[in-house]
Write a protein that binds this ligand. Structure first.
Ligand code: FE2
Length: 378
């Protein structure tokens, strides 16, 4: 496989003591209205494999959860089954959306203690559950909006988590698309909130600013935003934080905040080792992507120089390209994956570049604005 599965070389902070060593993103939990049907969508369209289930049949009486995996990516889709489940209120407020960006750590107790000591709001104190599969340890803190970071230690546990049964029989829907890992997860926060959350990630999580973009980098006539990319100590985990900026009309971030009814996860970028193959399959399986005008491809070669992929193929699929000092990257964005204009996905292939596609912002935002216009939200 390509370079995407290897973490970039740690830079400046790596030598300092990291009070929150994170092994990996453990999983992303989405709260959805009908997990059974959503699971079918992520399997048949995105090519995830169903590997676990919790619900009435496994003795869980208040919710149903589906575990979906592809490469190193693990998604959990959960739907509440009873009226007083706390997720009902999340659904009422936000519709379907990302709720928990779960982090795998070696020491849950220490992760919870170190972050809450630095100001994090604790949502679940460290808890240890032992069953026939071993011991599973977890805790959770709150980040922006209703979003959580849970901490998971699964070193002594086989399987996903207590209450889940593994699905091992051959998947009836098996359409893998080559998605390999989570590259980054972006949060949208409200007006003037970005720097507060930057500070939160610095102080509470020990993260640092990896790159920042201001409204001069990222504005079209309408869709202005500001963004800072926060990275963990080893720079393995990256969480960009966006806030709206003033434009002539409504920023895409403002549209999100309005429809999600608060801050939340805007997009999840999934890395692949072959974006042409991945997007060909995803499109054939019904994933809808944003398109840019064909002029974008006329000037591409001049802007990014020589690349290994045929430009006509990229144009056919709508894949965007950008470069930085370390190389180039290819990316494409889906339309929102639910009826509210909120969460969407990015598919990304890095060929050296460590950046986030600044050179594509203009073309992309014009494309987003066309969609906002159709929704009456511009
Ligand atoms: Fe992104």
């Amino acid at each position: 496989m390509s370079d995407i599965l290897t973490a970039p070389e740690p830079t400046r902070r790596a030598t300092e003591k990291d009070f929150l060593p994170i092994r990996a993103i453990d999983h992303l939990e989405f709260v959805v209205g009908n997990a059974k049907q959503s699971a079918h969508y992520y399997r048949s369209a995105f090519g995830f494999k169903l590997t676990g289930y919790a619900g009435l049949e496994t003795g869980v009486r208040d919710r149903a959860s589906y575990v979906l995996e592809q490469g190193k990516i693990r998604l959990i889709l959960t739907t509440p089954l009873v009226p007083d489940h706390p997720y009902q209120e999340l659904l009422r407020q936000h519709g379907d959306g990302g709720h928990d960006i779960s982090l795998e750590v070696n020491d849950v107790e220490s992760a919870y203690r170190e972050t809450t000591k630095r100001g994090a709001i604790g949502v679940q104190e460290p808890r240890e559950v032992t069953d026939e599969n071993g011991t599973y340890r977890t805790a959770a803190i709150r980040t922006y909006g209703d979003t959580l970071h849970s901490f998971v230690d699964r070193k002594e546990y086989r399987g996903f988590a207590p209450g889940y049964k593994a699905i091992t029989k051959e998947d009836i829907v098996a359409r893998p698309t080559g998605l390999a890992a989570v590259d980054h997860i972006v949060g949208n926060v409200g007006w003037n909130q970005m720097n507060e959350w930057v500070k939160w990630y610095e102080e509470v999580m020990g993260f640092h600013v990896f790159i920042s973009f201001d409204d001069k980098d990222i504005s079209t006539e309408y869709s202005a935003l500001m963004s800072k990319v926060m990275a963990s100590g080893t720079e393995k985990i990256k969480f960009p934080i966006n806030e709206p900026a003033t434009g002539r009309k409504k920023s895409q971030i403002e549209e999100y905040i309005e429809w999600y009814n608060g801050p939340g996860v805007q997009h999840v970028a999934l890395a692949t080792g072959n974006i042409i193959e991945a997007v060909t399959k995803l499109s054939a399986q019904g994933v809808e992507f944003l398109r840019v005008p064909s002029e974008y491809y006329r000037e591409l070669q001049d802007r990014v120089g020589k690349i290994n992929e045929p430009i006509e193929e990229l144009e056919r699929l709508g894949i965007l390209v950008d470069c930085d000092d370390d190389g180039y990257m290819l990316q494409i964005f889906t339309k929102p994956v639910e009826d509210r204009p909120t969460l969407f996905f990015e598919i990304i292939q890095r060929r050296g570049a460590r950046s986030f596609g600044k050179g594509n912002f203009k073309a992309l935002f014009e494309s987003i604005e066309r969609e906002q216009e159709l929704r009456g939200n511009l």
